[in-house]
Write a protein that binds this ligand. Structure first.
Ligand SMILES: [Zn+2]
Length: 371
């Protein structure tokens, strides 16, 4: 029996990893990582998983072992795997080699200590493969503010709720316009009602138990600012000096800039981005001032695919911060442009004249675990 990475076109093939161990796995309660498909490749080959990061093909199997493995349900525990192999009269050596091979290929996991049910199962399964299912449950303790609730902000808020965040304060005084409907979930019935209330209804429908009222004195773990034209300095400077992490999403004519995600005192701020822009264009401060004023006046209508892609990217950045991973948009931004809407990473390092890295509030607790 051989275990080799199951690659797909466009991925790099890893070297073959022969499994030769014969020590019996002590803990039969370990199980195949949930979400991994068990796939028949030929009479003597089975593939487990499809993601090239962990998909493994087991080759040179006996036909009876192939039958036994193909009969397994996703997430089967080792005891069940052994029973299936025994039922097909697979030789003890081959059975033991297979179980050892599963372990060496990283396909086994410990039984869950907490159970995730309902709408969060898909999230917990995928994060169990990419990281740990625990991050989905941990999101319940975070509080996020989403400010700016057109299509893009609605995508961010609903996706955060769907991903397990249960405290999402919604900030927007505007009324729902026709161009706010569609992507994000607002409908023609919402037009003319206030955006905060309409998006709150969406969240309560999608994720019962979510709380959307203002945080009051509670501290936000992250504020997502969705703005048109350019970030409003009054907003981001307040967040910076208060030590509140924030993610900027700027809607432009036919593009959206997602980022930077600012961890005050640790990563470049929106003022840094402004200074870099001014270095390139001395007239930028005058232009930016007009964009701030204009954004408030003309609203934040955004094209459908830009709203969907940018809203999803912004949510992924927000979750990275909440989960304690470094977000790709720290000291950077993702630009999404029509017509292709393929994100492009733009570097935004700290600006030497900004001084924001000296602003760190020593009392500020960073919930993501960043230091
Ligand atoms: Zn700065």
């Amino acid at each position: 029996m051989r275990a080799t990475p199951a690659t797909e076109p466009g991925t790099t093939s890893r070297s073959r990893a022969r499994t030769a161990g014969r020590s019996r796995t002590r803990d039969d309660a370990r199980r195949l990582r949930p979400g991994l498909a068990v796939l028949w490749r030929s009479l003597t080959e089975v593939q487990i998983g499809t993601d090239p990061r962990w998909a493994t093909a087991f080759t040179d199997l006996s036909p009876s072992a192939t039958r036994a493995l193909h009969s397994l349900s996703p997430g089967a525990d080792v005891r069940t795997v052994r029973a299936a192999l025994a039922a097909e009269r697979v030789a003890a050596d081959e059975a033991e080699e297979l179980v050892t091979g599963f372990g060496r290929a990283g396909l086994l996991t410990d039984p869950p200590t907490t159970s995730v049910t309902g709408a969060l199962v898909a999230d917990a399964t995928a994060w169990g493969l990419a990281s740990t299912p625990r991050v989905v449950l941990d999101r319940r303790r975070h509080a996020v503010v989403v400010r700016g609730l057109g299509r893009t902000g609605a995508v961010v808020a609903t996706t955060l709720a769907s991903a397990g965040v249960r405290r999402i304060a919604l900030e927007d005084d505007a009324l729902v316009a026709a161009h706010d409907t569609g992507v994000g979930g607002l409908t023609a019935r919402d037009v003319g009602t206030d955006r905060s209330g309409a998006v709150a209804r969406l969240l309560h429908d999608a994720a019962p138990g979510v709380r959307t009222s203002p945080l009051g004195d509670g501290r936000a773990d992250l504020v997502v600012l969705v703005e048109a034209g350019t970030p409003d300095p009054v907003l981001y400077r307040t967040l910076l000096t208060d030590g509140v992490p924030h993610l900027s999403v700027v809607l432009r004519e036919a593009s959206v800039l997602v980022g930077p995600l600012v961890v005050p005192g640790r990563t470049a701020c929106l003022g840094c981005a402004d200074l870099h822009r001014s270095d390139e264009d001395p007239a930028w401060p005058a232009v930016a001032a007009q964009l701030v004023a204009r954004g408030a006046r003309t609203g934040d209508a955004v094209e459908s695919t830009l709203a969907a892609v940018a809203g999803g990217l912004a949510t992924a950045q927000a979750l990275a911060h909440l989960d304690g991973r470094a977000a790709s948009t720290e000291d950077a931004a993702l630009e999404v442009r029509l017509p292709d809407a393929v994100p492009r990473l733009v570097r935004l390092p700290p600006h030497p004249e900004c001084g924001c890295l000296d602003l760190r509030d020593p009392t500020a607790a960073d919930p993501s675990g960043h230091d």
